[in-house]
Write a protein that binds this ligand. Structure first.
Ligand SMILES: Cc1cc2nc3c(=O)[nH]c(=O)nc-3n(C[C@H](O)[C@H](O)[C@H](O)COP(=O)(O)OP(=O)(O)OC[C@H]3O[C@@H](n4cnc5c(N)ncnc54)[C@H](O)[C@@H]3O)c2cc1C
Length: 496
């Protein structure tokens, strides 16, 4: 049975929602109810599908030791963790969003990133360095690159389990298969939700509601409506439950839309992946080692600078570029020299891959591609590589091509040593960027710019942070930062 009243209702049970619930519960005596649309086994939204990488600002090894006291001296000795300062984080947010990101939200995200991860540690989450994906071993020493250094233990499923057990420890109830349908609201603000729970509709009154129900990436009709024609054809990387309910409910209650409604995070994703994410595969359908090879479309042509930047700063916008190619697919091509650099996801069983010992044979195996043109493109690319510049995967090495209409700016290697491997990708959408306008206290604003009493929001359904692109690892970090703020504000409002 669901209760008829509660102090704070949190809609969703992903990372943002659970951070909100835990923060609200820190107010003495505040009862918190979490409503999760999915059954328990599929709960946790996109959070469950992640590898758990979290971006945060740190000044050096002492900050990392504070978050990961179990780092060994040996790990520290053989690793260059560098630093990722607040000012680097600010710069990255400004650069990748082309200076569109809301400065107040970015300020909170950056400055609260480290305290929030430490707070999560206090709630039972554990963190570890991302050796596998964010550091290459060069001459016996690992060097982290691209501002992304830690991941949560156990990846996405680990986050969901850790937050679920923290919720249970703190007396927070999570109701599964409980789909919030609308907000109870009047001139005085929001007073609860209606929820469809195991086939029946209920009203639950509350003093505050936190919406953390994700974006609209799993809703093909909204994707086409807001992202544009063709987006109905994208594959969904994560949960099938994020269909924009939280955003819709808030708009119906007078909330203001905000941010990049025609933009989203989307990546190169196996061409034959299913329509929605598969929890058994997690993020394994992604193919993110393209900076070390080239990508060809159906015409056998390159269409993007694969080495424009570290993958952390390009992968989230290249899905859209792939979607715009004829047939919405591309092939990623590599040769022997770089196979050891390919991420784990290239070695999963469910992969669309061809291998050959000659370039001619490889080109002939690329399904739906103009083989003659593909071969010509590879030869032309090989001839343009500046082999006089040293290749180094840990830095933007400037090893580029010269004279091509579509340059490759870093990590260019001639593709000339067999075996040759190619991987077919399409566009996989991760989450949408448009959402609700919030105050720095995570209160939702109405279309006249006034806060809606009793309504707070966090996570993917907040607009204004991401435009065009996104620095890897920021989704979980922003969900945690704004979830904690929203929960704290909602709990405060409910206590007052
Ligand atoms: C494959 C993949 C890999 C990723 N890897 C990373 C990574 O390594 N690092 C990173 O920072 N980000 C990563 N992301 C992005 C990250 O998952 C999201 O930014 C983040 O998890 C969003 O958190 P959230 O709480 O806002 O939404 P979610 O975690 O999606 O939670 C939303 C919740 O709302 C529920 N819900 C929806 N509608 C309703 C309703 N009407 N009523 C009740 N509940 C509802 C859903 O079931 C879900 O539980 C990845 C995403 C995917 C898909």
């Amino acid at each position: 049975m669901l209760p008829q009243t509660c102090d704070v209702i949190v809609v969703g049970a992903g990372n943002a929602a659970m951070c909100a619930a835990l923060a609200a519960r820190e107010h003495p005596g505040i009862e918190v109810l979490v409503l999760e649309r999915a059954p328990e086994a599929e709960s946790g939204g996109n959070t469950r599908f992640t590898a758990g990488a979290m971006r945060f600002a740190y000044n050096g090894i002492e900050d990392l030791r504070e978050l990961m006291p179990d780092l060994t001296d040996d790990e520290v000795a053989r690793t260059d963790f560098g630093a990722y300062t607040e000012s680097q984080f600010f710069d990255d947010m400004a650069r990748v969003t082309e200076n569109r990101a809301d400065p107040d939200l970015v300020e909170l995200l950056v400055r609260r990133s480290k305290p929030t991860l430490l707070w999560l540690r206090g709630k039972g989450m554990r963190f570890a360095p991302i050796y596998g994906r964010q550091a290459f071993n060069v001459d016996g020493r690992f060097k982290f690159w691209g501002g992304l250094t830690v991941e949560a233990w156990g990846g996405g499923p680990g986050i969901v389990e850790a937050q679920k057990s923290a919720a249970s420890k703190h007396g927070i109830r999570v109701a599964y298969e409980a789909r919030a349908m609308s907000l109870l609201h009047d001139d005085d603000g929001v007073h609860g939700v209606t929820v469809r729970y195991r086939g029946k509709t209920h009203s639950i009154r509350s003093r505050a509601v936190v919406l953390a129900a994700g974006g609209f990436e799993a809703n093909p009709e909204w994707r086409t409506r807001y992202l544009g024609p063709g987006w109905d054809l994208a594959k969904v990387r994560g949960t099938r439950f994020n269909t924009g309910d939280g955003i819709r409910m808030a708009l119906e209650a007078g909330a203001a839309p905000c941010g990049n409604w025609s933009g989203c995070h989307a990546v190169g994703w196996d061409r034959n992946a299913p329509e929605f994410g598969d929890l058994a595969v997690g993020d394994g359908f992604q193919k993110h080692s393209y900076p070390f090879g080239i990508m060809l479309n159906a015409h056998g042509e390159r269409f993007v600078d694969e080495g424009a930047d570290f993958r952390n700063y390009t992968y989230a916008k290249y899905g859209a570029v792939i979607l715009r190619q004829p047939g919405q697919f591309a092939w990623q091509i590599f040769d022997r020299k770089v196979l050891h650099l390919l991420r784990d996801e290239y070695r999963i069983r469910q992969v669309t891959k061809v291998v050959a010992d000659t370039l001619e044979a490889l080109a002939a195996k690329l399904d739906d591609v103009d083989a003659a043109r593909a071969l010509h493109t590879i030869h032309q690319y090989n001839a343009a590589v500046r082999t006089d510049i040293l290749f180094n995967p840990n830095v933007k090495d400037g090893r580029c091509t010269q004279g091509l209409p579509m340059p490759k700016s870093n990590w260019a290697n001639p593709i000339d040593e067999p075996p040759f491997e190619a991987y077919a990708v399409s566009c996989g959408i991760t989450f949408t960027f448009g959402g609700l306008r919030i105050t720095p206290d995570a209160q939702v604003l109405d279309t006249d710019g006034a806060p809606i009493p009793g309504l707070y929001a966090a996570g993917e359904l907040v607009g204004g942070l991401f435009y065009f692109n996104y620095p890897g690892g920021t989704g979980l970090a922003s969900g945690a930062v704004f979830g904690r703020i929203a929960g704290h504000s909602a709990g405060g409002a409910a206590s007052g």
